[in-house]
Write a protein that binds this ligand. Structure first.
Ligand code: HEC
Length: 157
């Protein structure tokens, strides 16, 4: 969320995002006409972008790669992930939005955030899945310890 607000919100909206501070979604700081003029295209709304770029966590991984695979060629800004997705030469109208410093962790952060925005329920289910796993492991250890105690006790008596 923080990375989005600092580095993406200038150009991108999150129409379907909701929280207490943003009951009607998030609008870009620049207006649409200005964006169109500046970049030639209106940057897409990112509410559902991770769902639109792959199944499961694929979309989030795409965002991460998009943010981390910029390069310059013949004076043009290009992007490897964008080239793969569009089947084009990778020329992209979005300038690299994140600074080199801390790039990976910021890209990861915003990819996870956008994944959550696109499908809060799925993200919830995944978190639940981890809890269930941890719970199972803890229970197994506890049961094993109880079993050992009982077994030892039995031997003595
Ligand atoms: C300076 C304006 C600007 C900023 C800041 C910006 N973007 Fe973009 N973004 C664009 C434009 C313009 C496009 C359209 C690119 C194109 O179609 O060539 C775009 C496209 C995208 C796309 C769609 C790519 C695709 O597969 O079609 C994603 C995802 C995206 N931006 C994510 C982000 C994220 C995440 C951030 C913040 C870390 C961000 N953008 C910051 C201007 C911006």
């Amino acid at each position: 969320m923080k990375v989005f607000m600092e580095s993406c919100r200038l150009c991108h909206s999150l129409k379907y995002y909701r929280d207490r501070a943003h009951p009607d979604g998030i609008k870009p700081l620049m207006d649409e006409a200005g964006l169109k003029e500046g970049f030639g295209v209106v940057p897409p709304d990112l509410s559902l972008i991770t769902a639109a770029r792959g199944r499961g966590t694929e979309g989030a991984r795409y965002i991460y790669r998009l943010l981390t695979t910029y390069y310059e060629e013949d004076g043009l800004t290009k992007n490897r992930a964008f080239a793969e997705w569009t089947g084009g030469d990778g020329t992209i109208a979005m300038p690299p939005p994140l600074p080199e410093d801390g790039l990976e962790s910021k890209a990861q952060d915003v990819a996870a955030f956008l994944y959550y925005v696109a499908d809060p329920k799925e993200a919830e289910r995944e978190r639940l899945g981890v809890y269930v796993l941890v719970y199972t492991v803890v229970m197994t250890i506890l049961l094993y310890l109880v079993y050992r105690r009982v077994w030892k006790g039995g031997k003595k008596g």
